[in-house]
Design a protein around this ligand. Structure first.
Ligand code: UDP
Length: 234
């Protein structure tokens, strides 16, 4: 069983198929699973995306400056983080949101040493506002935080049950890859996460499990060491 993990949840997942906003039922299901993982004694850091509200690159189509659009994207991750914190706290757990962009009234600033202390004390930490820099993604933020907090593994919860050779929704010949390396992702140009995030994990030996969070209980299964989805190693 893993003792410390970094869980990445995309913003889109929180919209639960609706494409926009936060699904009230789903976010509570996620919180319930996180509570179950916590009950196992596992320390949990979480990075939430913001694609259910705003994506920087998508806004360039409406002639918006990329930096301004990315700032909006990062703020949308804060909205998701606060919603998830609330749902987790409803289960009686302690949860802190730490933001890479300072906003003292809303969240603690991200200070690595303080984050470690929260984790050691059994508090769940949600890392908001991505890396705090434009031109990055929350996948990169998740890789970065996973390394900073010395997580044993990066858990990437998605809507697909692993990594496929092609998009299974478009290509019927696509096959699932149970184990692969970061080099395979780059070589086969697999759309798992952006290259910056892949390089960070590859160069720093951070393993990643990509699995579906559609089925209730999957996060607990993965943390317990069950082999679900696809395992990527350096
Ligand atoms: N973003 C950013 N820097 C970061 C992380 C995120 O500028 O370090 C912005 C970027 O515009 C991105 C948006 O925040 O499109 C939402 O994050 P992401 O697209 O990674 O969310 P997800 O796809 O996981 O929902």
């Amino acid at each position: 069983m893993y003792k410390r993990v970094l869980l990445k949840i995309s913003g889109e997942a929180l919209a639960a198929g609706k494409g926009f906003g936060i699904d009230a039922v789903f976010i509570h299901k996620v919180a319930e699973e996180i509570a179950a993982v916590h009950a196992l004694g596992c320390e949990i850091g979480i990075v939430v995306g913001g694609g259910n509200f705003f994506r920087g690159v998508a806004q360039q189509a409406i002639d918006m400056d990329r930096v301004a659009a990315d700032h909006m994207g990062m703020l949308s991750t804060v909205i998701n983080s606060i919603a998830l914190q609330d749902a987790i706290e409803k289960r009686g757990l302690y949860c802190r949101v730490m933001s890479a962009i300072e906003m003292h009234q809303v969240a603690e600033p991200y200070i690595r040493r303080r984050a470690m202390r929260h984790l050691e004390k059994g508090r769940i930490v949600i890392f908001a506002a991505g890396t705090g820099n434009p031109f990055f993604s929350t996948d990169t933020a998740a890789s970065l935080r996973a390394m900073e907090i010395k997580a044993e593994i990066l858990l990437k919860a998605t809507s697909v049950d692993g990594i496929y050779t092609a998009d299974p929704k478009l290509d019927p010949t696509a096959t699932k890859l149970e184990t692969l390396t970061y080099m395979d992702i780059l070589r086969l140009n697999l759309r798992v996460m952006d290259q910056t995030a892949v390089s960070l994990c590859k160069d720093n030996n951070m393993p990643m499990m990509v699995f579906s969070m559609r089925e209730q209980g999957n996060i607990v299964r993965v943390v317990s060491g069950e082999k679900l989805g696809s395992l990527v190693t350096a």
